[in-house]
Design a binder for this molecule. Structure first.
Ligand code: SF4
Length: 227
């Protein structure tokens, strides 16, 4: 039994350092075709999960020091009051880490001013934008606003925050990779190139294809630290 207790204690100690993936809300304003929200009944199922409460947030941060707001089936910035979550983090858990993945659309720059002022070096913002122009980015991230999201990323850099541009390479956007590298370099943004592993059978008719660069361009970050 003492073996079990020491095993259990070491397991719990390890979990305290784990990366907790959390969805804050059930909302997202985009319509990415491969998202689980777009499956039959998907949005209704996600909605049943409700929203992440401030008490639950505190409970998780009382246990672990690292939360990843992953934004896989919803987007964290559409939580009823995501600024309050940032405020709790800043005031009560200043040393804990927070990773935020968002599509970045639909909020005013005044909202972003507040969000960034509640962020610091322990907070990392990642923006999903799969193209270097509105026309291309909107093919997969249906409903995105390239110019606005780009301004939001620039504002984050101006506020000395770590801003990451996550670019999923597809066949339809690979011609804009060089432009994305240039834009990110010129604006102090880290460009993170990745590939999608979501290819639902029922969506094949959409004609979205994997990038042919997959063998040549590894999953890679471009930016000052990753030159
Ligand atoms: S931005 Fe994320 S949550 Fe929203 S539709 Fe796209 S993949 Fe789904």
């Amino acid at each position: 039994m003492s073996n079990f207790h020491s095993f259990y204690k070491s397991y719990i100690d390890l979990q305290k350092k784990a990366f907790f993936n959390i969805e804050t809300t059930h909302r997202c304003r985009l319509q990415c075709p491969f998202c689980q929200r777009q499956r039959k009944g998907g949005k209704e199922k996600v909605k049943l999960a409700g929203e992440f409460s401030y008490d639950s947030f505190r409970k998780v941060y009382d246990f672990t020091n690292c939360i990843n707001f992953c934004g896989q089936i919803s987007d964290p910035i559409y939580h009823t009051n995501f600024l309050k979550i940032l405020e709790i983090k800043k005031n009560e858990y200043p040393n804990n880490r927070m990773y935020i993945k968002t599509n970045g659309s639909g909020k005013k720059l005044s909202w972003w001013e507040k969000a960034y002022d509640l962020s610091d070096k322990t907070t990392e913002w990642t923006f999903g934008l799969d193209g270097a122009s509105q026309n291309t980015a909107n093919i997969y991230r249906v409903g995105t606003d390239f110019d606005n999201v780009f301004k939001v990323m620039q504002l984050g850099v101006k506020k000395s925050l770590d801003i990451i541009w996550q670019f999923i390479l597809f066949e339809h956007n690979e011609h804009e990779l060089e432009l994305a590298k240039k834009l990110s370099k010129n604006n102090g943004i880290v460009l993170n190139v990745i590939y999608s592993n979501r290819w639902p059978q029922e969506k094949e008719h959409l004609g979205l294809k994997k990038s042919s660069l997959q063998k040549e361009v590894p999953v890679q970050k471009y930016g000052l630290k990753w030159k």
